[in-house]
Design a protein around this ligand. Structure first.
Ligand SMILES: Cc1ncc(COP(=O)(O)O)c(C=O)c1O
Length: 369
């Protein structure tokens, strides 16, 4: 077959069955999904109105330059629009960063457990994914720097670092001074991607945009409308990057990667600051409560700077716990695929969903885990 050898090393994404199928299997009317870190409250009404208004123009190609969205985001972050690059979700931009930085034989370095897309992004380019284990459930930036200075296993060069800040699945955030020290020490010729998909939920906004305003060169910051803005299905995210990196992303991205209804809905969502703040406030309360519930049930949760909570399961029985919860109608993420086979991650839902989780967790833990 005329397919690239590198693809042999790439695991295909294994989607979960649709909610309807899971509900049927469990013999339940409905399932509560707390597994994908979506916002708990649905799309913002202004975004829905903009999306519906865009329907009459569906026969037109999107604005490939995403001019209005770039201008609005540029203004928000104090950066020129050219330093904003739209993406089909932040996930696509993770891939585009790899396409811009990696040749076959090169390597991407990142802490692990972290977001699994970094692994496949490197793999599809024939590059190695060098995973640096967490230390005490936190990033080992010294270890990441060491890996960046070591030879790439494939004979090329280390060219890319992904740092999810806050991290998925652990929900932890880097101390800003530590991050600056890391960037200062990073060897030249390595692009650092700060994946800030959960930025809005952090107690203090992570510093990616500020670092770019200072003129740092080998830097790309990723954000998304999938989480607190409630637009996960539309697939819209963006990169903020130095002029050189943004220019490279514009060269590798498909011109119509951000569809028009997504651009319009995202623009409208940006204007809903009060409701976004309310939702962030809700997530702050919910993650604290979730942490208490998990600890009370005997798990070992981490404090979170996101809209989800990571917890180690006693005896490492995360798969069994997730299965038990599934049978009760609760979908949470068992973290084997993230490199943490003994842990689960629970997304903050609505109050009702969170209470349903707490009750189901107590039942399952009492029974068999
Ligand atoms: C750390 C991280 N980066 C990127 C993404 C992808 O976000 P998007 O929906 O914008 O593709 C996610 C989604 O879960 C994530 O957790």
């Amino acid at each position: 077959m005329p397919l690239r050898d590198a693809l042999g090393n790439v695991e295909p994404y294994r989607p979960q069955p649709p909610m309807r199928v899971l509900a049927e299997r469990a013999g339940l009317e409905r399932m509560v999904k707390l597994a994908s870190n979506e916002g708990a409250f649905g799309p913002l009404p202004a975004a829905v109105a903009a999306y519906e208004a865009a329907a009459s123009e569906l026969h037109r190609y999107p604005d490939g330059g995403a001019a209005s969205l770039r201008a609005a985001l540029g203004e928000r972050y104090g950066l020129p629009p050219e330093q904003v690059v739209p993406g089909n979700g932040a996930d696509e931009l993770i891939r585009l960063c790899a396409a811009a930085a990696l040749d076959a034989g090169d390597a991407a370095v990142f802490p692990w457990p972290s977001f699994a897309s970094y692994v496949s992004a490197a793999g599809v380019h024939g590059a190695d994914a060098v995973r640096v284990p967490l230390r005490d459930r936190a990033f080992d930036l010294g270890g990441v720097l060491e890996a960046c200075s070591a030879p790439a296993p494939g004979g090329g060069r280390v060219r890319l670092v992904y740092l999810a800040n806050p991290n998925n699945p652990t929900g932890t955030i880097l101390d800003p001074a530590q991050l600056r020290g890391f960037l200062d020490a990073l060897p030249a010729g390595i692009l650092c991607v700060l994946d800030e998909a959960y930025a809005e939920y952090a107690d203090v906004e992570p510093e990616g945009p500020a670092l770019l305003r200072e003129g740092r060169e080998a830097l790309c910051v990723l954000r998304t409308f999938s989480k607190v803005y409630g637009l996960a299905a539309l697939r819209i995210g963006y990169a903020l990057a130095s002029p050189a990196v943004a220019g490279a992303l514009d060269r590798v991205r498909p011109i119509f990667n951000a569809n028009q209804p997504a651009q319009e809905a995202a623009l409208a969502a940006l204007g809903e600051a009060d409701e976004v703040a309310r939702r962030v406030g809700h997530a702050h309360g919910a993650r604290e409560r979730l942490r208490e519930v998990l600890a009370a049930a005997g798990l070992d949760p981490l404090p979170s700077q996101t809209n989800f909570v990571y917890a180690d399961v006693p005896g490492g029985r995360a798969d069994a716990l997730a299965e038990g919860l599934l049978a009760e109608g609760l979908i949470v993420r068992a973290l084997r695929g993230f490199g943490a086979p003994g842990a689960i991650r629970v997304t903050c839902g609505t109050d009702e969903e969170n209470s349903a989780f707490a009750e189901a967790l107590a039942r399952v833990m009492a029974r068999d885990v």
